[in-house]
Design a protein around this ligand. Structure first.
Ligand SMILES: C[S@@+](CC[C@H](N)C(=O)[O-])C[C@H]1O[C@@H](n2cnc3c(N)ncnc32)[C@H](O)[C@@H]1O
Length: 358
């Protein structure tokens, strides 16, 4: 068995766990070897092989429906043109951020430290994602990683034979021809980092969906300043995916004023993505009785799907709480078994919930 999850057991120094649960020496090591300017250059020379890193040994999740983590994680080896697209997108967003407000090396270093706190002192209370330096570092470190993770998940769900039953249960409607775009809400998705993966989901996995855009994605976030990237993200993502920012709070009930726009979108959404937002907001969410999760379980339409990705192992307990909150709130909501080896190899904690078509 792995260590019991708890603040006291969390490493608080440089050799801490990254958001993906891997041991790393970030930010000190990272700051010493990566300069922002070197990252704004062209993609081809700097592309690295993906998915070959060794990951720390991880214990199985306490809930049977969230995937147990394996000792070595695997990501798809993406074709070069897809890797280049993600790298170029990252650079475009970083360059745009720097053009708007150039960050000093000190601001960048402070931003790195703040993001690092997400895996130590701020793991369940989060940080404010305000300021250009923080945005710059976030795009630099997460744009490629989160987009390729979401794409890898869909690729596995749709193509891996061992996922056939799960695919049937959750993805089948998405793969059918349709006159309407698939409606997605990415909760805590303000930077568009996870939504970037949807572009390649459309391009390579959903060829039958010829509607343009094939996906509309609402980037719901507490941090309003992410809205400034909406136009740049659309330049990158269109015509397959169209994004729009919406202000909201996953720690508050759906009827709260801050969620008034989200509340209107929820009943029409086909897919909800929670990529690396639940664990860092779990302190406030639990205090608020997990009202947001209960409310969306009730308000979402039959057939809708909820995908949760978060920090490996550490988010398993909170995923169990979310699962319980949602399945208790609505009889037709059920959690799927994600302990299939093909999914358990992904470098993330995973929870998939859907609402039955009655
Ligand atoms: C670690 S980032 C994840 C961003 C993106 N989903 C990804 O996977 O890269 C967490 C995001 O959640 C947002 N956030 C924090 N608290 C929130 C809340 N209470 N409600 C909605 N979003 C929140 C932050 O502003 C930030 O954009």
């Amino acid at each position: 068995m792995g260590k019991k999850r708890g603040r006291k057991t969390r490493p608080a120094t440089a050799a801490a766990e990254s958001e993906d649960g891997r041991t790393s020496t970030f930010p000190q090591h990272h700051a010493a070897h990566t300069s922002i300017n070197s990252n704004l250059g062209s993609s081809r020379k700097t592309r690295k092989g993906k998915g070959k890193g060794a990951h720390a040994a991880l214990s199985p999740s306490p809930t049977s429906t969230t995937s147990p983590r394996q000792s070595s994680s695997r990501m798809l080896e993406l074709p070069p043109h897809i890797q280049d697209w993600f790298e170029d997108g990252k650079r475009m967003l970083m360059a745009w951020t720097q053009r708007k407000a150039e960050s000093t090396p000190e601001q960048v270093q402070r931003a790195r430290t703040k993001i690092h706190e997400l895996s130590t002192s701020s793991d369940t209370k989060g940080i404010r994602f305000t300021g250009s330096a923080l945005h710059l570092v976030y795009f630099e470190t997460k744009f490629v990683r989160r987009g390729t993770l979401l794409y890898t998940l869909f690729h596995t769900l749709i193509n891996d034979p061992s996922c056939a039953a799960l695919r049937q249960a959750v993805c089948e409607p998405w793969t059918q021809p349709s006159q309407h775009p698939l409606s997605v809400i990415s909760c805590g998705g303000g930077p568009g980092t996870d939504a970037s993966g949807l572009v390649w989901v459309c391009k390579t996995l959903l060829p039958q969906r010829r509607h343009v855009p094939a996906i509309t994605c609402h980037l719901m976030d507490f941090e309003k300043s992410w809205k400034r990237y909406e136009a740049t993200l659309n330049t990158l993502f269109k015509p397959q995916v169209e994004v729009s920012f919406v202000h909201g709070d996953v720690c508050t009930n759906l009827q709260a004023d801050i969620n008034r726009h989200v509340g209107v979108l929820v009943p029409a959404a086909d897919l909800f993505i929670f990529s690396y937002v639940c664990h860092e907001t779990s302190g406030r969410s639990v205090e608020g009785g997990l009202a947001f999760y209960q409310d969306i379980a009730k308000a979402a339409k039959p057939g809708s799907v909820f995908i949760f990705l978060d920090v490996m192992r550490h988010s398993a307990k909170h995923f169990g709480e979310i699962q319980l909150a949602m399945t208790s709130a609505c009889d037709s909501v059920l959690a799927h078994d994600t302990s299939l080896p093909a999914l358990a190899q992904l470098p993330t904690q995973l929870l998939i919930i859907s609402k039955r078509i009655i």
